[in-house]
Design a binder for this molecule. Structure first.
Ligand SMILES: Cc1cc2nc3c(=O)[nH]c(=O)nc-3n(C[C@H](O)[C@H](O)[C@H](O)COP(=O)(O)O)c2cc1C
Ligand SMILES: [Fe+2]
Ligand SMILES: [Fe+2]
Length: 400
């Protein structure tokens, strides 16, 4: 793409990624893509804020060269060291050897650890400023949004907050980069939640801390490192992130995330009865076949819904592996304060339920009744399955 002016002298110079299948080598973006947003400030001194992944270097550097002499760039602000933003740093230093890198003390250490860079580093602390001529940059320390070194950069004249991963989303830029130009808002909202639940969720407390710290800073534009730039209504993405971060302490939505797997259809027969029971109580249910749905798409549901219904057979005295994988991820992401229930078929020993409880034990979910049955569910089993659905639905309703 070519550079896009955000305000006078401030440009988006990012790169769209539509060919990487897995973000962080883990999260599918084959269909959705992602953007690595980078920004250029043209002043007496020039500055780039965050770079991109080590990818499409020619496209990226050509954009900058159209605006300025790349070899004479004065500063690169390293808000975050993750390689989706720092991947081209070493290449840039070869082109512009005198460039000064700006970041936190932790960034200085990471520059050495990751890239063996020890020189031309300017360490900034909370509230420090950097004058570029007409414009001034101010830095806010926002550790663990997303890594410990992370800072946010604020341009004081146009009141632009370069927030890095915070307020970002998956989804390549489809021509329109500003919120007011975007006609596909629901897509970005959905992808922002998927991004949040996949990448940011574990850091919800630091997100709330950062939002609180910035609440008195007048912000006209939020320019994150992934996804849309928010200039019409920056408060919208801040409210969404705040809401999602608060979900970490249990204030979630009154619905149920139903995650199941089934080898030969026995558990699946009960699934239909369970879903019926939930629906009869008027509670929304989102159903995922864990073997066929990447956990990236299931996490938004677990994160936002109060109830988690798990349906899985026993497999080698354990929980059916695709469902176990989802539960391990929920544990890794510290998804707490859920109301859980379980149903599933077994053949002789059982073991799925025991294994499930062990996986999510650290999360201290409140477990309602569980339903285990041998082989194919009987009429009575199906009746119990329906009741199980009703019970979790009622428990979820009671909370809201
Ligand atoms: C590969 C495999 C491993 C299994 N391991 C166990 C086991 O260790 N203990 C047990 O009680 N049942 C075991 N079973 C039996 C299943 O739990 C049982 O057939 C159940 O009805 C399958 O439910 P489904 O039709 O929903 O897949 C296993 C079945 C398969 C196919
Ligand atoms: Fe990151
Ligand atoms: Fe990122």
């Amino acid at each position: 793409m070519t550079a896009i002016q955000i305000k006078e002298g401030v440009y988006w110079i990012g790169v769209n990624d539509r060919t990487t299948d897995l973000f962080e080598g883990l999260w599918p973006i084959t269909q959705e893509g992602v953007s690595y947003n980078s920004y250029f400030i043209d002043d007496e001194k020039t500055a780039i804020i965050d770079l991109t992944k080590s990818f499409k270097g020619d496209e990226y550097f050509d954009q900058i060269n159209e605006l300025t002499d790349l070899s004479q760039i004065d500063y690169v602000v390293v808000n975050h060291m993750e390689p989706d933003h720092s991947g081209l740093l070493r290449t840039l230093r070869r082109i512009a050897p005198h460039v000064t890198l700006v970041g936190s003390e932790k960034t200085r250490q990471m520059l050495e650890d990751f890239f063996s860079i020890k020189e031309n580093i300017k360490v900034v602390k909370e509230g420090d400023t950097l004058n570029l001529g007409k414009r001034t940059l101010k830095f806010f320390s926002t550790p663990f949004v997303h890594w410990p070194e992370t800072i946010m950069t604020y341009e004081t004249s146009h009141r632009i907050l370069f927030s890095c991963d915070a307020f970002g989303s998956y989804g390549a830029i489809g021509g329109a980069i500003f919120d007011d130009e975007c006609k596909n808002f629901e897509f970005y909202k959905k992808e922002a939640l998927r991004y949040y639940s996949n990448i940011v969720a574990s850091f919800s407390a630091p997100v709330l801390k950062a939002i609180e710290k910035l609440q008195d800073v007048p912000v006209e534009v939020i320019a994150p490192s992934h996804g849309l730039i928010w200039r019409k209504d920056p408060g919208q993405i801040v409210s969404l992130y705040k809401k999602w971060a608060e979900y970490a302490s249990g204030e979630t939505e009154p619905g149920i995330s139903l995650i199941y797997g089934s080898m030969y259809g026995n558990t699946e027969l009960a699934l239909n009865a369970v879903a019926q029971g939930i629906s009869q109580r008027g509670v929304p249910v989102q159903i995922f076949d864990a073997a066929r749905t990447h956990v990236s798409y299931i996490l938004p549901s677990i994160w936002t819904q109060k109830g988690v219904m798990v349906g899985a057979p026993t497999y080698e005295v354990s929980l059916f592996p695709p469902v176990a994988g989802v539960m391990h991820m929920a544990a890794l992401k510290h998804i707490r304060y859920k109301k859980g229930a379980y149903f599933g078929s077994y053949g002789w020993s059982g073991g799925a339920l025991r294994n499930l409880k062990k996986i999510v034990e650290p999360l201290k979910w409140e477990w309602l009744e569980t339903l285990e049955f041998v082989g194919s569910p009987t009429k009575e089993d199906l009746h119990q399955a329906e009741k199980l659905g009703e019970k979790l639905a009622e428990a979820v309703q009671k909370e809201s």
